[in-house]
Structures are given as structure tokens and as C-alpha cells.
Ligand binder design. Sequence first.
Ligand code: ZN
Length: 417
Amino acid sequence: MTISLIRNGTLIDGTGSLPVPDAGVLISENHIQAVGRADGLSLPDPPITEIDACGGHILPGFIDTHVHVTIEGINIARDMATPFSLRFYKSVEYMRRTVEAGITSVRDAGGADAGTKQAVDGGVVLGPRMQISITPLTITGGHGDFWMRSGDEFHVFPSHPGLPDGRCDGTDGVLVKVREVLRAGAEVIKICATGGVMSPTDHPDFTQFSPEELAVIVREAAYRGGIKVMAHAQGTEGIKNAVRAGIHSIEHGIYLDDEAIELMLEHGTFLVPTMIAPIAVLEAGEEGGMAEHAVTKARQVVEAQAESFRRAHSAGVKIAMGTDAGVLPHGTNLRELGLMVDAGMTPMEAIAATTRTAAECLGWQDRLGTLEAGKLADIVITRTDPLGDIRSLDDTDNILVVIKDGETVKDRRKQAR
Ligand SMILES: [Zn+2]
């Protein structure tokens, strides 16, 4: 049995409790055996492998609850000319960058199929632990429908044997589509309950799917061992419809009003803010291949989104960190934490949203999200103190060590000395 001890670092355990200096984390195989002050841990007889945290900070592996590991940027001209299979090879690099940023678990909000997940779980490629949705369900002409008014079809997530087309309409149509994505291996159902920034023929404020359709989707998913539904929901009415229907998490949540916040509190709905996403669209700009309609809409939503976040947070809505990585470059995910702090969270709250609360959003709180005895050994060691400088996490060179499932998958300590 392999036993390792991480020492010489300050512990931030993900629960939101005060940091523990001179901490130790004892790892047995792929589980955490004990956590606390290093001099207070009862150590088994040698041999123990020591992992020197180099005076840095020891945290749970970070969790991003909204990524797309199979895409990076949406450039219609480029993507229409790209060979189909190249996306799979490229996603290998995206997933490696995600892990090297300290993200050891993700929820894929569309694009990753069962084979992508199996490739990671089977050790074929390095990537984060994944909860997958296969493809987002969308109404015809909705956020997930990239039919262009030229008459051509663009597919952000082209359908293939592992990934059915996501378009569906009417209570019968959505029922069949939920069953199709479940058959393909969906572990969470992703739907588009409103329009959005990237889509060519709608607007973030447009309501999509009727309350009747939403009810069918939520009920059918629940029948299959309690599968949850995550909703891309930006406009106020679509957000409220989704929350009332029993949707588990509101993605983006750009236009929240008081009633929407009340409803979310009442239903225990998670908010996954993705404030970095429209900023990344603006940074890439039309020069970076973003469509003109996307840049225009991104500019319209940035401030509203931060304001909604501020109000949801002060009202006590559960907030799980999510970025929409894929719209932004993979590996830049932790920039979201700086934005969360700008919009009213303390650095400790932003970290808890990226660890404990994110694990709850995925339903994985029993095995991940905090550094406690019995949990899986997903651990990050940072060179800097994220409580003193949350934006130091933006630089992946400050992510010194990443341990996933007890295995060290990144180690930059030599270069740091
Ligand atoms: Zn997304």
C-alpha cells in the first residue's frame, strides 16, 4: 500500500473553515486518511513518501461545473473547414490544460460523449473526472440550433454515433430526446431554456421550451435514478420557468430579478455564473473569429451578469463555480474566481464555491470537494496564498502540484525553487 504525507504547507480544506498552518495530509492509495496539523497526525510506520508543499497552500482539487472539453473558441469559418476527427485529438490537449490548472473534476455541458469520458477514466488520456451531458437539448431556432439564415447548418457539437442531434420540440419530442441522450450515456441532462450570446438567431432574453416541455424533461430524467437537469438560462422568464420545473442548476443566470432569486432559494437551485464567458468573447473579439452577433450580445450582458451574481450571493443562493471553458481557452478557468470576488464574494467563499459547493452541484459531495478523511485524494498545492491574492490562481505556473485520485499528475516544484 502506498502512503504519502503532504507537509510544509497551509491547509485550505474547502469547507470554508480557517486555514491551518503547518498542515499535513495523509494519503493512502487514492483516499485521504487524515488531515490536520502535521505534528498532530498519527503516522503509520514507514515507508511513507513525503510530498513537500514548499510552504505553499494545500487545497482540494478544483471543480468546474460548466465546461465544454471538445471545443475551444467558436469560429464558424474555421470550424466548418476543420476535419471532423481533429476535434477529438485537440480535446486531449484541452483536457490536459484543464488538469494542469488544478481542475480535477468537471461537468461537461455539451460535446463530451461516453468515449471521451472513458478515455479519461481508462487512463488513455489525462483529463479531469467528468460528469457528462452528451449534447444540449434545444428547441428549433433556439440557443443550441446553429441553423444560419444563409440556409447552411453550423454545428457547435456535430452529431455522430455517440452524440445525437439536440433539437427537439413538443412534449413528445423532448421525451424521445431525453431518452436518446440518456441512452448515449448522459449523467446529467443539459437544456437551453433561453436564448444566448453565441447563437445566430435568438437573444439571451428569449424564453425557450414551455413549462410543459420542461416538466416532461425533468420528470423523465428523475425516473432514471434521479438524474438532474442543468439549464442554460439567461432571460428572466426562462430562468423562472426552469426553477419552477425543478431544474437543478441555472447556468449563466444573467437576468435574475427578486422573484427569480426567491424561487431559487425556495427550490434549492444552484447558480453557475460563468461570468468569465462573455468577457472571453469580448477579448477574442471579431479578430479572434467570434461572430459579430456574439460580440454585440456579450457586450450587452457583462454588467447585468455581475449584478445578478451580487444579488444572488447576498441573498444566499447556492453558487457553484463554472466557466463555460471552451468559449474561453481551457486552462484559464480559475480567472472566474477573481470575478466572483469582484462581485462580492470573499476569496474563501470563491474557493468554497469551486470545491465544496461545486461537488454538491455534481452530487459528488460524499467523495470530493473537501479535504477530509475518507474522501478521494484530489489535491492541489499552490505556490501562492489564494486568500491573499485570488488572481494568483490565474497563472497556472502557481499551481505547483496536482494530485488526482491519489496520483501526481502535475509537479512543478523543481522549477519553482
Ligand atoms: Zn456552455
